[in-house]
Design a protein around this ligand. Structure first.
Ligand SMILES: O=C(O)CCC(=O)C(=O)O
Length: 288
């Protein structure tokens, strides 16, 4: 059976059509999916009305799964391979710890020395309107830089911090942010990463980067801001409008993403993510 693909945007993304990811799949067929994953950076699988075990099993085809020890509060209570992204209040009525997950441009687990290969996010519920996710193609962003800028950033390392911008101000945010900082000291990552499978160079930056190693925050900020603004220009971006039972798989080594908060927060938005472990990258920076 040949893979049926439909491109999602000029920048990145393709829908894999007429597929049930819970059905048995030959190595050869999964190989076609994985090649499309490498080529398009983001793959969409619609109408996947499957169980949590099946989400986990399909994700394992991409590689070994993270058990999310770096984010223990955000794990599903029964499946450590699943990370919750939900605004559903806790049973005691207090706000969800993961209400603001992803509300800044980032690549998953960049604040660890084993940043993720890819993630598979499954949608259970979305608000009537809004709550979309943006993805940026970091190969295109790198390729579009001038030779002078490529030379300037070639040896730089950005220092990535855990946590989400908005969480620090939220009711439930402080203990979670403290815990995340304790478990995850800042990690320096190359600003230009060579994708281990395609061999292409991609920008590896985002809003979790506070400064460059060897430079102050004040010195670093203008260049970080420029690179994030540059990488997220509309021509490098795909905007995903979620439907229930969508699964999106993305390659964290060449795409970054951001969850948008443009929706009525009284409505449920509930997604669950598996995270595929990547190859080691970066180094811990004492004192951040
Ligand atoms: O909620 C979303 O749309 C994206 C969540 C996210 O950023 C993540 O799982 O890393």
């Amino acid at each position: 059976m040949a893979l049926k693909l439909r491109r999602l945007s000029h920048a990145l993304g393709a829908e894999v059509c007429e597929i049930d990811v819970s059905m048995p799949m030959s190595e050869a067929f999964f190989g076609e999916i994985y090649r499309a994953f490498l080529q398009y950076g983001v793959l969409l699988f619609r109408d996947q009305d499957i169980g949590r075990e099946q989400h986990i099993e399909f994700s394992r085809r991409f590689g070994e799964l993270d058990r999310h020890d770096a984010l223990p509060r955000d794990r599903h209570p029964r499946y450590s391979e699943l990370l919750m992204v939900t605004n559903e209040p806790k049973p005691d009525g207090s706000p969800s710890d993961t209400k603001y997950t992803g509300r800044q441009w980032h690549s998953d687990m960049s604040f660890t020395t084993a940043p993720s290969l890819g993630s598979l996010l499954r949608c259970y519920a979305v608000p009537d309107v809004g709550g979309d996710t943006l993805f940026a193609n970091m190969y295109l962003a790198y390729d579009a830089l001038s030779d002078g800028m490529k030379a300037l950033i070639a040896g730089l390392h950005g220092i990535h911090h855990s946590g989400t911008r908005k969480i620090a101000n939220s009711e439930s945010g402080v203990p979670r942010a403290d815990e995340q900082r304790r478990l995850n000291p800042p990690v320096a990552q190359p600003v230009v990463r060579v994708h281990p499978e395609t061999g292409r160079k991609a920008l590896y930056i985002g809003e979790k980067v506070k400064r460059f190693d060897g430079m102050t925050e004040e010195e670093s900020k203008p260049l970080i801001d420029f690179l994030v603004r540059h990488a997220t220009r509309p021509e490098f971006v795909y905007r995903h409008q979620w439907k229930k039972n969508d699964i999106l798989a993305w390659d964290n080594r060449c795409a970054m993403h951001q969850a948008l908060g443009d929706f009525d927060e009284t409505q449920l938005r509930h997604l669950e993510r598996t995270t595929v472990l990547g190859t080691p990258s970066g180094y811990v920076v004492a004192g951040g």
